[in-house]
Design a protein around this ligand. Structure first.
Ligand code: HEM
Length: 155
C-alpha cells in the first residue's frame, strides 16, 4: 500500500466515526426527547457519553488523515472545493464542541430530575435545551452531508 492508501483508509475510518456519533446521538436524542421517564434517561446517559466520544476521535482522525491526503496528492495550491470543505469542517468542529457543552448541561438536568431533588424550573430548562439541541443536531447532519457531497463532486 502506498502512503495515500493509508491516509485514505484512516480518512474513511474518521468519516465512519463521525457518522456513528451523529447517527447514534441523533437516535438517542430523539428517542428520549420529551420522555419524562427520568430513571431510564439516566441509565442511557453513559451510553450517550461513549457515543459522544466517537466525535473528537473521528475529528482528530479526519484532520490528520486529511492533511496526509493533501500531502500524498500534493494538493498545492489547494483547490476551491478544499477551502470550502475546510471552512465547513471548522463550523462542524465548533458546533460539535458547543453541542457537547449543551449535552453536558442536559445530562446534569436529567440527573437532577432522576434523583428527585431538581430545581423548580429544571424540567422547563430541559425542554428548551432539548429543542435547541435538536436544531444543533440537524444542522450538523446537513453540514456533514454537504462536506461529503463537496468531497465527491469537487465543485
Ligand atoms: C467531516 C469531515 C470530512 C468528511 C465527511 C470528508 C469526506 C471525504 C470523502 C468522502 C473523500 C473521498 C472523495 C473522493 O475520493 O471522491 C475525501 C477525500 C479527501 N479529503 Fe476529506 N473529509 C472530511 C474532512 C477532511 C479534512 C479536515 C481534510 C483536510 C485537512 C480533508 C482532506 C481530504 C483530501 C485531501 C481528500 C482527497 C481528495 C482527492 O481525492 O482529490 N478532508 N474526504
Amino acid at each position: 500500500m502506498v502512503f495515500f492508501h493509508w491516509t485514505f483508509l484512516f480518512h474513511i475510518l474518521g468519516i465512519g466515526l463521525i457518522f456513528a456519533s451523529l447517527l447514534g446521538g441523533l437516535v438517542i436524542h430523539f428517542r428520549f426527547r420529551g420522555t419524562r421517564d427520568w430513571k431510564s434517561r439516566a441509565v442511557i446517559l453513559p451510553v450517550a457519553r461513549i457515543i459522544g466520544l466517537f466525535s473528537p476521535a473521528g475529528t482528530a482522525l479526519l484532520l490528520l488523515s486529511g492533511i496526509g491526503n493533501i500531502v500524498a496528492l500534493s494538493l498545492s495550491p489547494m483547490p476551491f472545493w478544499m477551502h470550502l470543505k475546510l471552512g465547513i469542517f471548522v463550523v462542524l468542529v465548533v458546533l460539535g464542541v458547543w453541542g457537547a457543552v449543551l449535552a453536558r448541561k442536559r445530562a446534569g438536568l436529567v440527573m437532577s430530575l432522576s434523583t428527585g431533588n431538581p430545581s423548580p424550573d429544571a424540567e422547563a430548562k430541559l425542554r428548551s435545551a432539548e429543542a435547541f439541541g435538536s436544531s444543533v443536531f440537524i444542522v450538523q447532519g446537513f453540514l456533514f452531508l454537504a462536506v461529503i457531497a463537496i468531497s465527491v463532486i469537487k465543485p
